[in-house]
Design a binder for this molecule. Sequence first.
Ligand code: ATP
Length: 260
Amino acid sequence: MATAGETVLAAYDLGVSYGYEPVLRGVDLELRAGAAPVGVIGPSGAGKTTLINALRGVITPSSGRVSFHGKPLPGKLARKDKHRFAGSVRSVSQNGILLRDPRLTVQSYLSGALKEARRAGRTHPTTVESLLNFVALNASYSGRAIATLSGGEKQRVALAHALATRPDVLLLDEPLTAIDPGLRAEVLRRLGTLAQDLGISVLVVSHDLEAVERLCETVHVLADGTFVASGPLREVLIKGRHPVVVDLRQAAPLTAQRLR
Ligand SMILES: Nc1ncnc2c1ncn2[C@@H]1O[C@H](COP(=O)(O)OP(=O)(O)OP(=O)(O)O)[C@@H](O)[C@H]1O
């Protein structure tokens, strides 16, 4: 486990291009163990998922760097560091779970994650039942094939899977879009408390300003490939002058009014 305040994952002057098309440029972000959740908002196509993927080490920066405990990603991490990364940095995407075997049950999926936690040296007394309970699903779901779950149920199981290793960093890309607003608020409340109690550093990418406001003390607005405004959502929405922030304010007048 990382010690409080330690930088687990970071992007420095990060640039990513697809072919000749630059998507990110000069993005700086540090995710420290125990830090308050951070949100990234911005228009569709701004590069939010690209940022998450760079932090997951699945795409190679075209400039700058991403590092995990100071070691460059993606890179040839030693076997020990690979397990460490797999347990320490977890992500949940809007797609929930990509299934290789449609017969896979919730029980096998989550117990697989608990085994992964042990391999990564992150053993802790959590059970499949308590993971399900955390995401507001009762124990009867453990016998269900994941393929038979609703979109919102799949998203919650994906979150439970990510939490099974008690990660240091949790990267969330529109994680709870398929859940009704009341339940989403409850799961986010629980997640906020858990992250604080366990020192998990959460980065959440979302178009859902309510969700971001509920969870995050700080938000970054991503536009033109870089962060154009940063701070508490309230300040960013009220005071931001960048055209993208003005668009966000106009697109969510009720939220902007409530935050005033
Ligand atoms: N593999 C890829 N090859 C080429 N272009 C890509 C690839 N992945 C993403 N892009 C492009 O990069 C840009 C940023 O995409 P990205 O998915 O990061 O945006 P986003 O901010 O997450 O968008 P949204 O809010 O719609 O999910 C888009 O123009 C997208 O079409």
